[in-house]
Structure formats: C-alpha cells, structure tokens
Write a protein that binds this ligand. Structure first.
Ligand code: GFP
Length: 814
C-alpha cells in the first residue's frame, strides 16, 4: 500500500499570494499586472484546489482501504452555488485569501463575485444534494456524489416588457471553470438500444450504440475536517468523433451526427419531457449517469480485479437514490451482476437490494416517474426483461404475504404498459424515506400505503437540513459574529445544536438590540445589492417580506399575490387607516418550468402587480412588490439574511419538506406558514408563539376534497378576496385587458385544486397579527432570535447523522 502524505497545513497569506501568482504565471499565462479579476479568481480557485489535493488523495485511499462503508449519493441535480468562498472557508484559507488578493491589488469580494454560478439543479432537491455532500465531508464520512455535468444548467430568467418570463440558455461553461477536473483516463462505456439474444443459454444484450462517459471530478472539502470527498459529474462524449467519409463528401451535418447524438445526453438539465424525444433524452440521461457511476464504484473498490467478489459490494458502498431519477440503477446493477459477472438471480438480488435506498421528495402523484415500457424496451431492452422478472418475483412475494390480488395489482411495478419507478425503488432497495416527519407519515398513509403495509420496516424518516457553512457563516457574516460573541465560541458552525445557548440571550434586551442591528445592516446591504443587480430602489424602512422558491401552484404564490392585491386595494380605498399600515416590501423570486402555463401566467401577474403598485403614488412608501429575476443561490445568500418575514404557505399535505423555511429561520426571519412539510417541525422547535400559523390542516383539506370543494363560495364569502380577484379579472393589472389573466381567474373560481381561495381569509387575517408585532421591534426581534436559537436541528449535519444511523449504517473514517 502506498503511503499517503498528510494533508498540507494552511499557509501564510504571503505564501498563498505566491501560489496565486504562480497560477497566474503558469496556468493563466498572465503577469500580475495583466491579470483581470476573472484571472485572479481562476488562479485563486486553482491554488485552493491544489491545497486540497493531498487531503483528497488521502481520503480516497482511506475510503478504499478502510473498513468504513462509503456513501454514493446518486442525484440528477447538484445545485452547488459558487465554490470559491466555500472552499476557502472549509480549507481554513479565508484570511490568507483576503490578504493575498489585496496584496495583488484586488478586492476579495470582487474576486469571489467573479465566479459564475453553476446552476445544475431546479430547486430544493438539487440544493439538498449539495448541502448533503458538504455535510458528509464535514463529518468525515467517505462519500461520492454522482451526477451529470450538464453543459447548460437551469435556464436564465429575465422578463419581457409585458412581465412574461423569458428563458435563455445558461451556458455556464463559456467561462473558465477551474473546479472540475476532467479525467479521460477513468471513463466508462454506456450503451443503449439494440436487442437481447440468447447465446449458450445465456441472455446477451447486443446494444446498438454507445457513448463515452467521462468523469469530471469536483473536490468537496469538509469544514475543518481534513476530509475531501469527490463529486463526480459525468459528461457524455462520442466514440465516433465524426464520419470522415461523409465529411469528405461535404455532408457536414451528417458527419457530426453521432457526436451530436452522444453529447446531447449531458447537454441540458431536464429537457422538456412533454414530447417523446424529450422523454427519451431524459431516460438516456438517467441511465447514462447511473450506469457510469455503478461501474465506477466497482472500479474504485475492486481495483484491477477481473473477477471481484461482488457479494461484498454492499459493505463497500451504499447508494442513495435521490428521488426516482436514478432508479434505473436497480435493474442496471442486476444486469451487471448477472450478465457481466455471472451471478445467479438470487445472489444478484440480495446484493442489489442491500445496496440501494430511496428518498422520496414529493407527495404529488404526477411527480413519481412512470416510464412507458415501450420506451424502456427500445432504449434498454435487457433492463425491461429484468424489470419484468423483478415484478414477477414481487407478485409472488406479495401473494406469500397474503396481499389480495386487487391490491397486488395496484402495486405492480410493471403494468405491462408502464414501469413505476417509485415502486421499483421501494421494492428494490432496503429503505425508503420521506424528507420531513409529516411527509414520511403521508408516504406511509397515502402515497405508498400498500407498500408500507406489506413492508413496514422499510419506511423511515429523515428530516431535511441545510448546511450552516454556506447559509449562515458565509451568507450572514454579521449574524455569525454575533452568534459567536453570544456563545463565546464558533464551534456552532460544525455543531449547530449549540445555537440553543442563545436562548437565554433572548431575555437580554441589549443582545436583542444587537441582533436587530444585524438585521438592519443586512437590509441595508440588500438595498445596495438590489440597486446594483436589478436597478431598483428598495425602501429600507419597510418590513422585508420574501417568498422565494420554484413556481408551482401547490406552493401558492397565487395566495401571496392575491393578499398583496387586497392590501393594495385597502390602502388605496382607505379601508385601512394610515396608522394601521405597516410599510412592507414584498420580494418574490421564482422560476416556472418552461412548459407550465399557469405558473408562467402567475409570474406575469406578479410582475404587472408590481408595475401598478410601485408606480401608484397613493401607496408610495406603504407597499412595494418586486419579482426579482433569476432566483439562484447567490440571490438566496443575499436576500435571506435581509428578510424579516418568510412565506411558507403551501397547501397542507403538498410540500414534502421545504428547506428555504430552514434557511430563513436560521437567519432570523419569522415564518408565516401552513402546517405543511418541515414547517410542522420548525414550529415545534421554535415555539408556536414564534411562528405565524394559518390555514387548513391536512385532514381539513382531505375533508374538503371529499365534501366537494367549490372555490366560488369562498370568493363570494370574503369581500377582500372578491375584490382582489375582480381586480385581476377587470384588467387593472393588464392595461384594461380583461382577457389577460382569464385562464388564471377561471382556474381560481372553478377548480383551484390547491385551495388558495379556501385559505385566503385565514391568511389575510393573520397579516394584522404580523403587523401588530412588527410595531414592537424588540418583541419581533426577540422572537426572531428564538427562531435562530432553536433551529440548530435543521443543520444538514443532523440529517446526515440520521441517514447514517437509520439507513446507511456507516460512519466517519477513522
Ligand atoms: C423538493 C420538495 C421539497 C423538498 C426538497 C428537498 O424540492 O419539499 O424540501 O425537494 O427534499 F418539493 P423543490 O424542488 O420543490 O424545491
């Protein structure tokens, strides 16, 4: 065994400046005088990466040679955010960097800002994966994140002059990307299509075409842990660069076809899947990264072995399936074991079931992927056969368990026409978890009820969490300093439950005032940020009220905008007295899926409400609304610390967890929310008196569905709601055009699946309570501080600890 050297110790600022100069000279090929801020960013990034190299090598060696099972986190999304600042923090190089960069004549913040944010995720699911790999490394648990290096991340969002969302491609690799190392020597072949034939009594898959999966390695440094894990994102390359014959005949387009087809696989995050071609591409992506990752794990853990003993595979690594996207890994591991390594079915099944676990992130039935069997058959014929056989075995098992035929039919993994990936994952793995207490309970009671009845021991919960490094320490340095002052130590960054020590300080008025001053300073900074990035003039002396998340009907941005409209009307009509008005600035940030009509219309409405309200002299200084474009991690890191009131207002029983709610509570915002997802646990932890609860419960929602829900009744019953809806319908926010929002209004009044109208009155009523409290800054901030003090539980470190004990049965490297 080669002796691996110990990690490099931190350097002095002067030495670090030299390392940056060296990078400028030898890799950027510029003199310090010629260097731009972008050059310095790349050079600094490479210098930090070099610092992590020895720890990375050592972690890899210990991962393979040690006796600790590793974690493979399979995820179609990793929404990482900017890397430099985080890498500096975790490597313990922040101060050296600041000094070094200044010595080179640059401002540290400019260098940090020069990074282009990689946006390889849609929302909470992808950001959770990023938080988890940070926590795994920080806890010293050997782990690989496995995903795709999309060439285009989620689209960039702007708005046109009518307020409509405009999507432009996010070509993030147009800029030099110093973090990922492309490793052509550790590639994998991934094949598709063709047919299955029998040779000597054995099934043999003869694929029609293959792509080359090439890993791009990102280093994942743990916070003060000396451990550096690997995020391995696959990129697709063609084996046949181009067809020289066609090229010579000047058929250029035909000549590059194979290359284009192969490289398309990793081209774009979640392509449109409403067409057949889109669906096919998405399944190709899923299989591509999962097949490459499984083969990679075998390569890593059984180096140079032709006939490894793969019965030990589940002791080497446990694979977490992040939602249904990587579930094709189950039949793929079966195929590898049976076809490539000659194991019999039962042995292969034992290994496979022990290797995988599944996290479900939804309660919406339509979000559980179901693939047409014909598509799987075309792309992965051998896998379809394996899935059929898994299903046969499953049916027999259910019969043995005494499950009746009707129920067993409902539970089918393979229906003959379709393959239900969530069912395959539930049966094919050891554990299934939801992402908050309520969600996990609803999975057992509703979404996967039959499975939970048949396999009760498989089901467990792991409540989500967020990394305190990025979302407190980096995003909110002032609050971090104050916490450290209050606790007399900064150990909370790695042990967030320590925030509990702040509870007594909520009775110390002086401390609460300092806390309030932090919030005000953050608001002040955000005003400058908003001016610089969005060209808007935000009034600092208002309540900062934020709703940021993906745009979806169940999250109910509609409820918020209707309440804003109602308040606007009340101020304008004088139905609320001037003394009772608490000036507010409402911030929205949300991207809508390009094909999601009502979601896009909601964005248009918010933008146009914003135009009307912000330009109306009658409400000036009292109410302002902004739809901030292109919500991303950078915006979150700036806006969350400045927010005083956070919105988590989904229909009860629809938001699996939410993680924004955790980030806001940890940064001292109060939440107005429903009893949904992790709100339930947040409220329990921070205290019911420090949380603005409103709206129907899950049971009430179910009862209302069962009794027959008629949204028009609610519209008629509350004049505030009626007026708000009428203002949308009568063209107030569309230059008099009554048709502009007709589909949205019709949906509210006749369908309203997520019961926005039914919850409106409760939501409008609680605004009074919010405003009352805000009039007393000391009380407001006391409650906000108690939110911070009691939210330590929502660290992703705690989530990972729960995964370790409840699911993965592993722990840190020695
Ligand atoms: C999804 C769910 C959320 C959950 C995250 C992470 O996120 O409730 O918190 O996954 O588990 F919907 P979004 O993509 O909707 O943000």
């Amino acid at each position: 065994m080669t002796e691996i050297t110990a990690p490099k110790s931190p350097v002095t600022a002067a030495a670090f400046a030299d390392e940056i100069r060296e990078q400028l000279k030898y890799t950027q090929n510029v003199t310090p005088e010629q260097a731009t801020v972008a050059d310095v960013y790349v050079a600094a990034a490479k210098a930090v990466r070099n610092h992590l190299a020895d720890s990375w090598f050592k972690t890899q060696a210990d991962t393979v040679n040690g006796n600790t099972k590793a974690v493979g986190y399979l995820s179609a999304e990793f929404l990482m955010g900017k890397q430099l600042e985080n890498a500096l923090l975790n490597a313990g190089l922040t101060d050296q960097f600041d000094e070094a960069v200044e010595a080179l004549g640059f401002k540290p913040k400019d260098v940090i800002d020069a990074e282009y944010e990689p946006a390889l995720g849609n929302g909470g699911l992808g950001r959770l994966a990023a938080c988890f790999i940070d926590s795994l490394a920080s806890l010293g648990v050997p782990a690989f994140g496995y995903g795709i290096q999309y060439r285009y991340g989620i689209f960039k969002q702007t708005f046109d002059e009518n307020g409509k969302q405009v999507e432009t491609p996010d070509y993030w690799l147009n800029n030099e990307e110093p973090w990922g190392h492309i490793d052509y020597n550790r590639d994998q072949k991934v094949s598709f299509g063709g047919e299955v034939v029998e040779e000597d009594g054995k099934k043999v898959w003869k694929p029609a075409w293959s792509v080359r999966a090439v890993p791009v390695d990102y280093l994942v440094p743990g916070y003060k842990s000396q451990r550096v894990n690997t995020l391995r994102l696959w990129t697709a390359k063609s084996y046949d660069e181009f067809d020289l014959l066609a090229f010579n005949k000047s058929e250029y387009m035909d000549a590059v076809k194979p290359q284009v087809k192969a490289e398309n696989i990793s081209k774009i995050l979640y392509p449109e899947d409403s067409t057949k071609v889109g669906k096919e591409l998405r399944l190709e992506q899923q299989y591509f990264f999962v097949a490459a990752s499984l083969h990679d794990a075998i390569r890593v853990f059984y180096p140079g072995q032709d006939k490894p003993d793969l019965t030990t595979f589940p002791n080497k690594i446990t694979f977490q399936l992040n939602d249904t996207h990587p579930v094709i890994g189950i039949p793929e591991l079966m195929r590898i074991l049976i076809d490539e390594y000659d194991y019999d079915w039962d042995t292969a099944w034992g290994i496979t079931q022990k290797t995988f676990n599944y996290t479900c992130h939804t309660l919406l039935p339509e979000a559980l992927e179901v693939w047409p069997a014909s598509l799987i058959g075309e792309l992965l014929p051998r896998h379809l056969e394996i899935i059929e056989k898994i299903n046969e075995q499953f049916e027999a098992e259910l019969k043995d368990k005494g499950v009746d035929e009707e129920t067993a039919k409902d539970m089918a993994i393979y229906t003959g026409d379709a393959v239900r990936m969530a069912y395959l994952a539930t049966y094919g793995g050891s554990h299934v978890n939801g992402v908050a207490e309520l969600h996990s309970q609803l999975l057992k009671d509703v979404t996967l009820k039959n499975f939970s009845d048949a396999y009760p021991d498989k089901f467990t919960n792991v409540t989500n969490g967020v990394t305190p490094r990025r979302f407190v320490k980096l995003a909110n340095p002032r609050l971090s300093d104050l916490i450290t002052e209050g606790l007399g130590t900064d150990t909370w960054v790695a042990d967030l439950e320590k925030l509990q020590g702040l509870v007594p300080l909520a009775n110390d008025d002086e401390f609460v005032k300092k806390f309030a001053a932090v919030k005000n300073a953050n608001k002040h900074d955000f005003v400058a940020f908003a001016k610089q990035h969005y060209g808007i003039d935000v009034n600092e002396n208002t309540l900062f009220n934020t709703m940021v998340k993906r745009l979806h009907e169940y999250k109910r941005q509609s409820l918020k905008i209707l309440a804003v409209i109602s308040q606007y009307a009340a101020i304008k009509n004088g139905t609320v007295s001037v003394d009772d008005i608490q000036p507010r600035t409402v911030f929205f940030g949300a991207k809508a899926a390009p094909g999601y009509y009502l979601a896009k219309m909601t964005i248009e409405l918010i933008n146009n409400v914003s135009k009307v309200v912000n330009n109306d002299p009658d409400v000036q200084g009292k109410l302002a609304v902004y739809m901030l474009p292109n919500y991303n991690i950078e915006m979150a890191q700036n806006l969350i610390p400045a927010t005083e009131l956070d919105e988590q207002i989904s229909q009860a029983g629809k938001e699996a967890s939410g993680t924004g709610n955790m980030k806001f509570a940890l940064n001292g915002a109060l939440t107005v929310g429903t009893l949904d997802g992790a709100n339930v646990e947040i409220r329990e932890k921070v205290g019911a008196e420090n949380f603005f609860l409103f709206g129907m419960t899950v049971d009430e929602v179910e009862k209302l569905y069962a009794d027959g829900y008629d949204p028009a009744k609610y519209y008629e019953a509350d004049p505030r709601l009626k007026q708000a809806v009428n203002l949308v319908a009568d063209g107030t926010f569309s230059y008099g055009d009554r048709n502009a929002y007709a589909p949205l209004v019709a949906d509210w009044l006749t369908k309203d699946w997520f019961m926005t109208l039914a919850d409106f009155s409760a939501y409008a009523d609680i605004q009074g309570e919010i405003e009352q409290l805000y009039k007393d800054p000391l009380e407001w901030n006391r409650k906000a501080l108690l939110n911070v003090a009691n939210s330590g539980y929502f660290s992703s470190d705690r989530s990972i600890e729960d995964y370790l004990t409840r699911i993965w049965e592993t722990g840190p490297l020695a």
